[in-house]
Design a protein around this ligand. Structure first.
Ligand SMILES: CCCCC/C=C/C(=O)SCCNC(=O)CCNC(=O)[C@H](O)C(C)(C)COP(=O)(O)OP(=O)(O)OC[C@H]1O[C@@H](n2cnc3c(N)ncnc32)[C@H](O)[C@@H]1OP(=O)(O)O
Length: 364
């Protein structure tokens, strides 16, 4: 077909936008910038935004991508958007089809390893090169894995990390993927995602145990207050640097941490970002027990295998008795924390912290 003769209709364009929303795999920042630029060119014409400041990295990248399209006609931009979306959905869909019998096929997860054995479902955060930072795909996969574990025939569920970190918390590049509705829409979508994610931990019906194999940051720490037991290697640290990041507590920690360690110690962690060693976290009640790193895996698995032999219904009902009267309160706290964060994510304090990390000017 002669491509220059093709003209994508408004309907084709809308279908292509839906196709992009439904992609199962992240196409990467470069492609997302192209899509953004073509969308803006197709709907508004040539770039009409003032050039953002040099430190406003995210908006600067978007401005550059749009501005590069010069005076490309709206119709051509619309056609190019449709072509790009269609090539993405075929290439990303086919690359997600793997040979039968491979690990990926057997687990169906991109960012996790999930195994079930000896009555224990083990969910391993598996982005070691990124210190197991939780990207949007991982949030969804953890929720999917928890829902599956709540229904499988295992008695207990374990969450741990692959590599030297347990998790470095929220993947800060999540903030760079801005939808057409802008940063407000991004903040709203993130608050919805976070609320659903934390809700899965509040409602998880079986004993849920964290094996904290190394440093833990941000949301990977706060949700520990919703686990039934937390075993830590003596290499682990616990760090919630929300003020440093212009953010505020989540994971119900504004409630659970106060109950667990009292307001003074909770404030040191949640407001002043004090990093705790595993020993300190244990002394304050956030961690159940600390093990030397050299024997951590062996000692904890021996214990977990013994737990998994206990009658599963008794364990489930005991958890219900212990936790159920708190559930309503926890959901209310979760909702409130998410709504405060939705505002925080739009603040200069938060945006500057993210830009500083992404431009490699800061680390925790
Ligand atoms: C949508 C729901 C939102 C829920 C709200 C959640 C809030 C939080 O979780 S707040 C906490 C956010 N986390 C951080 O601020 C941690 C940022 N990371 C760091 O400060 C450091 O990376 C480190 C201290 C965790 C580790 O430092 P280091 O040992 O020097 O290792 P690298 O920095 O070289 O990291 C290797 C590699 O991994 C990338 N990475 C690590 N953490 C994150 C992260 N949280 N987000 C995105 N990327 C992360 C890092 O950029 C390196 O990548 P490459 O340069 O590509 O190798």
């Amino acid at each position: 077909m002669n491509r220059t003769a093709m003209r994508a209709s408004q309907k084709d364009f809308e279908n292509a936008m839906n196709q992009v929303k439904l992609l199962k795999k992240d196409p990467g920042n470069e492609v997302k910038l192209k899509l953004y630029a073509l969308y803006k060119q197709a709907t508004e014409g040539p770039c009409n935004m003032p050039k953002p400041g040099v430190f406003d990295l995210i908006n600067k990248a978007k401005w550059d991508a749009w501005n590069t399209l010069g005076s490309l006609p709206k119709e051509t931009a619309r056609q190019n958007y449709v072509d790009l979306a269609s090539s993405l959905s075929s290439s990303l869909e086919s690359s997600s089809q793997v040979e039968p019998g491979t690990d990926r096929k057997s687990t169906g997860y991109e960012t996790l390893m999930v195994t079930s054995e000896d009555g224990i479902t083990k969910i391993t955060l598996n982005r070691p090169a990124k210190k197991n930072a939780i990207n949007v795909e991982m949030y969804h996969e953890i929720m999917r894995a928890l829902k599956a574990a709540s229904k499988d025939d295992s008695s207990i569920t374990v969450l741990t990390g692959n590599g030297d970190y347990y998790s470095s918390g929220n993947d800060l590049t999540n903030f760079t993927d801005i939808p057409p509705g802008g940063v407000e829409e991004k903040a709203k979508n993130s608050a919805i995602l976070l609320r659903e994610f934390v809700g899965c931990f509040i409602d998880f019906p079986k004993p849920l145990i964290a094996m904290v194999n190394g440093p833990a940051v941000g949301i990977s720490v706060t949700i520990l207050g919703l686990f039934d037991a937390v075993y830590a290697s003596d290499r682990a640290t616990f760090h919630t640097p929300f003020s440093h990041l212009g953010q505020s507590p989540e994971g119900c920690s504004s409630y659970t941490f106060l109950k667990i360690m009292g307001p003074a110690k909770a404030t040191e962690m949640l407001v002043f970002g004090k990093k705790l060693t595993a020993g300190e976290a244990c002394a304050q009640g956030l961690v159940t027990e600390v093990f030397p790193d050299s024997t951590f895996q062996k000692e904890v698995w021996t214990r977990l295998k013994a737990f998994a032999k206990l009658p599963p219904n008794a364990m489930r009902i005991s958890k219900e008795v212990i936790r159920n009267r708190e559930k309503e309160k926890l959901h209310a706290v979760n909702a409130e924390e998410c709504s405060v964060l939705q505002e925080r994510w739009l603040s200069d304090e938060c945006m500057n912290a993210v830009v500083n990390f992404l431009s490699r000017k800061s680390k925790l």
